[in-house]
Design a protein around this ligand. Structure first.
Ligand code: HH2
Length: 268
């Protein structure tokens, strides 16, 4: 089966890579439809930035940002809501969202109540402080154990569709992020489908520039994002979260294309 692509739609003034671009509802809906046309399986609508140091948004404002956008898009494409607030989750599901994308991994019971899918993401600390001093004895095993426990509890509570996500960039150094991408199979082996969101994240700008050059700015991380998505896909991710949907869909098709046994050894 081909891996899925989740297109990012930030209806925020301050997201790290596209803050303000889709803050207007009409622009957001048009961009969501555009991503669906490019092959996104899910459009992930968020109304609160989780970038390091981001300011929290109150529930009413977050609903005002996301609900009309969810409502318009859900008629045409599967919609997830990127929130950690139960009230926003409920309002978005009432408007048509069928997946809770939860960076705090705290909404499993809410997803069970609402009868929708749930993404449990790993984060060390909170957005305000998470990049201050991330530390793990073994990042891959700690992330796996945490997610397996959360996902198992949600499944036991009745959530039929549970995803796990290592939370690239959420309380992790570049070395932690690279270890999680490289050893993603350890998460895949839990049996829960794995979602990975590395798109445009700052460690890519640092790593891809090489040691002697300044880090790439957020607008120059498209190729590195595609490389990271490809690594995740090759290592078994069932969905990748991306700002640039069209090239990511191509990567998913190339990685996931079945190869007939007869083609082996038959040349290029
Ligand atoms: N990353 C971000 C937000 N939500 N959800 C999941 N499941 N996985 C992720 O890696 C992930 C996520 C951060 O990216 P973005 O939404 O572009 O930025 P911001 O939080 O500044 O709006």
């Amino acid at each position: 089966m081909l891996a899925q692509v989740m297109g990012v739609l930030n209806v925020t003034p301050d997201s790290f890579s596209d803050g303000g671009r889709w803050f207007d509802h009409r622009a957001a809906i048009a961009h969501g439809l555009d991503m669906a046309a490019q092959g996104a399986d899910v459009v992930d609508v968020g109304g609160e930035s989780t970038r390091p140091g981001a300011r929290p948004v109150d529930e009413m404002e977050e609903c005002r940002r996301v609900v009309p956008v969810v409502e318009a898009l859900a008629r045409r494409v599967r919609v997830s809501v990127d929130t950690s607030k139960p009230g926003v989750a409920k309002a978005a599901v009432a408007a048509g969202a069928t997946l809770l994308n939860d960076v705090t991994a705290t909404l499993g019971a809410v997803a069970a109540d609402l009868g929708v899918g749930w993404v449990a993401m790993h984060m060390q600390g909170s957005p305000a402080t998470m990049q201050a001093c991330p530390s793990y004895a073994d990042v891959v095993l700690e992330v796996r154990d945490y997610l397996e426990e959360r996902a198992g509890a949600a499944r036991a509570a009745g959530v039929a569709e549970v995803w796990i996500d290592p939370g690239i960039g959420f309380g992790k150094t570049p070395a932690h992020n690279l270890a999680l991408l490289r050893h993603l199979r350890v998460l895949v082996d839990t049996g829960f489908p794995v979602l990975v969101g590395a798109s445009r994240k700052s460690f890519l700008g640092r790593v891809a520039a090489g040691p002697a050059e300044p880090a790439l700015g957020v607008g120059d991380r498209r190729e590195a994002s595609l490389a990271a998505a490809t690594v995740a896909l090759v290592n078994g991710a069932a969905m990748v979260r991306a700002h640039d949907v069209a090239p990511t869909v191509q990567a998913a098709r190339i990685v996931g294309q079945p190869v007939a046994p007869a083609a082996r050894g038959a040349g290029r």
